[in-house]
Design a protein around this ligand. Structure first.
Ligand SMILES: Nc1ncnc2c1ncn2[C@@H]1O[C@H](COP(=O)(O)OP(=O)(O)OP(=O)(O)O)[C@@H](O)[C@H]1O
Length: 231
């Protein structure tokens, strides 16, 4: 566990999030009034049984999905209730997202994926230090794999590559869904080290996970059940 500074500024705020899904006659209330916040340098783990709303929450926080009620702010900028293009811009500038489905465009090599994520950030914040592609590849231990396509990477390499892309915009907030997935021990440790390093550099880090190892590096843990935070 890292030692987050309780006086550090809040970098992510989510208030009273609701999300309904409707398919045919069936209605699912995936989020039922979730409020949470994250400070710079803080790592928050989100746990809960399958179907409790973790991925839906992450998608709403990342601006990949729109909540039906409530709001999300990152770094003082609104993420929710914006046209999709505006949400994508806030995400490109401020948020790193690591999804289980992977975040590499399949027809571009790894270096090009990183360059694309960096250039999408366009107007980096004055304080930001966007690492260059070589630096990022070295950080995740893939210095020699910049020319590889996603399909040419082994599972552990692909997870680290995804993290490199998620970090390419020097995000205020890193949101990751099962960042260590099915990885072996040494690769899992490497990812955990990178996540801890990210928090030390002042990002807020939110990790959806079932892994005890991941929970161990968190400053705080919240548990979801039926779309609510369990108290
Ligand atoms: N696109 C969708 N359409 C309809 N229902 C959905 C959709 N996505 C999620 N749900 C439902 O919303 C609820 C929350 O799902 P969600 O995927 O957020 O849970 P989760 O905690 O991430 O589960 P898991 O750990 O299995 O990934 C579930 O009941 C799920 O069936």
């Amino acid at each position: 566990m890292s030692q987050a500074d309780s006086s550090a500024p809040e970098i992510l705020t989510a208030h009273d999030l609701y999300r309904f899904y409707r398919s045919g006659e069936e209605e699912t209330l995936a989020l039922r009034g979730i409020s949470l916040s994250l400070r710079r340098g803080e790592t928050l783990a989100v746990i809960g049984p399958s179907g409790s709303g973790k991925s839906t929450l992450l998608a709403c926080l990342a601006g990949l999905d729109e909540p039906d009620g409530g709001y999300v702010y990152v770094g003082g900028e609104r993420v929710s209730h914006l046209p999709e293009a505006a949400r994508a811009q806030v995400r490109a500038r401020r948020i790193g997202v690591l999804l289980q489905s992977g975040n590499l465009l399949p027809h571009l090599d790894l270096a090009a994926n990183i360059l694309l994520a960096r250039s999408a950030a366009r107007a980096p914040r004055p304080s930001s230090h966007q690492p260059d592609t070589g630096e990022l590849l070295d950080q995740v231990g893939l210095g020699a794999r910049g020319r590889a396509l996603s399909r040419e990477l082994a599972g552990g390499e692909r997870a680290r590559a995804g993290l490199a892309v998620a970090l390419a915009n020097d995000p205020d907030v890193l949101l990751a869904d099962e960042p260590t997935g099915e990885l072996d021990g040494p690769t899992e440790q490497r990812i955990l080290d990178l996540l801890q390093d990210r928090a030390r550099r002042g990002s807020g880090v939110l990790l959806v996970t079932h892994s005890r190892q991941v929970v161990r590096i968190a400053d705080r843990v919240i548990s979801l059940r039926d779309g609510r935070i369990r108290r």
